[in-house]
Design a protein around this ligand. Structure first.
Ligand SMILES: NC(=O)c1ccc[n+]([C@@H]2O[C@H](COP(=O)([O-])OP(=O)(O)OC[C@H]3O[C@@H](n4cnc5c(N)ncnc54)[C@H](O)[C@@H]3O)[C@@H](O)[C@H]2O)c1
Length: 313
């Protein structure tokens, strides 16, 4: 398996590089950054090789810059994490125009080099996924973003802690924008296969507080330690693992929807997708509660407005 990470000198890129390099499926890992990041990437490569030796893993690591992007040729997946990150007090959408130029430019250049899958992490991730899809002109199954997968994991942890159960017992998801308008799906939440509403403790679940905590988790981490890295990196690894092992898991990623959900069209947004060797193999259309579909529609409208704004820049 060959995976390239664009923006590998950054927080999320470097944490992802370490996790991926340790996986037995990883053969060639390419770390890409701007020219000025070259030394940092060389240092990262050496550091990861030490970590691999210490954990009895093996992979080949290559370093490249914007000037030699051809090194990504034949990648199974190209992960894009490049961009200006949020600082305290900024919303993810504040970054849309700045980051659209960066992501769009990489998407176009990569598509001129090879056929691959583009996996977008840069925020606002739904808008960036749309931009990457438009500018790469790849088929829609080959372009997807981390979407609300990380938010869903955060929601899962909160539910597991409240009910005092192992995290694997909880199944849940959040759809919509990776941002303020995200939509937690209680209708799709179960513990040990039992709908959450059937538990006696459900009536005491502080759902509003939990959702607010999930929504602000990224901001909390920025305030406390500068930015998140391990959470996103683990979520990214989940997705790459699904592709490599053709797992066909239903994850909540940012995908192009065109009518699968209540007629919402031409936008990239967090939805349940079946992910396997061919990337997004299906956008899984599900029956939502009335308030959930209304909230999802609003979320799609917010993202769509920004997609229109960045489409041609
Ligand atoms: N989707 C998610 O769940 C999620 C989670 C965490 C972070 N993010 C996003 O991922 C992105 C990276 O976050 P980070 O914490 O690693 O940031 P970072 O600042 O640590 O790294 C950013 C990377 O982008 C590169 N970069 C910056 N400006 C550039 C430009 N003009 N051209 C090319 N490359 C440029 C930097 O050199 C660096 O490699 C951000 O947009 C952040 O908001 C998304």
């Amino acid at each position: 398996m060959k995976v390239s990470i664009i923006g590998a000198s950054g927080r999320v890129g470097s944490a992802t590089a370490l996790l991926l390099a340790k996986e037995p499926f990883m053969k060639d890992l390419v770390l890409i950054g701007r020219k000025k990041s070259k030394n940092k990437l060389e240092g990262l490569k050496r550091d990861i090789y030490d970590a691999l030796a210490g954990s009895r893993s093996d992979a080949n690591i290559f370093v490249g810059t914007d000037d030699d992007l051809k090194i990504v040729d034949e990648s199974d997946v190209v992960i894009i994490t490049s961009g200006v990150p949020r600082t305290e007090g900024m919303s993810r959408m504040d970054l849309a125009k700045i980051n659209a130029k960066i992501v769009g430019n990489y998407a176009k250049k990569i598509s001129e080099i090879c056929d691959t899958k583009l996996f977008i992490i840069t925020n606002p991730v739904d808008v960036m996924t749309y931009k990457a899809l438009i500018d790469s002109k790849y088929e829609r199954n080959n372009v997807f973003g981390l979407g609300t997968h990380l938010d869903s994991l955060r929601f899962k942890v909160a539910i597991a802690k409240f009910f005092g159960v192992h995290i694997d017992e909880v199944r849940t998801r959040i759809i919509g924008e990776h941002g303020d308008s995200m939509v937690p799906l209680l209708s799709a939440t179960s513990i040990g296969g039992i709908p959450i509403q059937k538990f006696e403790k459900f009536k005491d679940l502080p759902i509003k507080e939990i959702i607010e905590d999930v929504k602000t988790k990224g901001e909390q981490i920025i305030r406390l330690k500068g930015g998140s890295e391990f959470g996103p990196a683990a979520a990214i690894l989940n997705v790459v693992g699904c592709i490599v092992n053709n797992e066909k898991r239903l994850l909540t990623l940012s995908a192009y929807v065109n009518g699968e959900f209540d007629g919402i069209r031409d936008v990239c947004i967090g939805v349940p997708v079946k992910i396997g060797r061919d990337g997004i193999e299906e956008v899984v259309s599900i029956d939502l509660d009335k308030d959930e579909i209304e909230a999802f529609r609003k979320s799609a409208e917010i993202i769509k407005k920004y997609c229109e704004e960045v489409k041609f820049i």
